[in-house]
Design a protein around this ligand. Sequence first.
Ligand code: AMP
Length: 216
Amino acid sequence: MKNIILIAAPAAGKGTLSELLVEKYGYVHISTGDLLRDASREESELGQKISNMLKNGELVTDEIVFQLLENRLRKDDILNGYILDGFPRTINQAYKYDEIVNKLNKDLGIVVCLQTEYDTLRKRIVGRMLCSDCGSIYNTLTGVNTPKVENICDKCGGSLYKRSDDNEESFKTRYETYLEKTKPLINYYQEKGNLYFINSDSKETMLKEIEVLLHD
Ligand code: AMP
């Protein structure tokens, strides 16, 4: 299977698309946001530092992210194909990723850029709720995936919570960071010739469009 790098504004559907590909094709999902959230729960100075950066919606320093990612890419479970979600997020990270890929003898694969309207992104973030037990994603603003019972997971009955960075202010910071730092990656990968765009307005369009790329 082709490795996939996802480039997308916050809430453009990276998590949802990854979930679909994990279920249908057995991809391994590597999210630097998840790696950082796990690390932020550790009771150490580093954990506290990461937790503060996440709360403010700032990018975490490269040194920390590179270390976590490289450790993850050394595990054997990813040999059949992985989706990289949330990395690289800057040109500097893209250069570093080229180095890591060479060092670990991995295939760069394809880079997929997800496209959705600004207002849809805002509602997805501000209304997003997650299940504390099974990780399922809900939304109270978009009308898609509204939980049947307020604050309760439809699938497992677990309680729903909001990520500390899923608020209006943090969304604006994250979106501006995306425009300034991450969007330039589109040119970088376009020049390499492995960049593709897909429409991420709904699960169905995303899956249909990515399957065309995977089977090419
Ligand atoms: P995400 O789950 O991808 O939305 O990421 C949540 C937060 O984790 C971001 O707002 C950043 O603070 C941090 N983060 C995730 N990936 C990276 C990365 N590649 N570089 C720096 N910070 C990151």
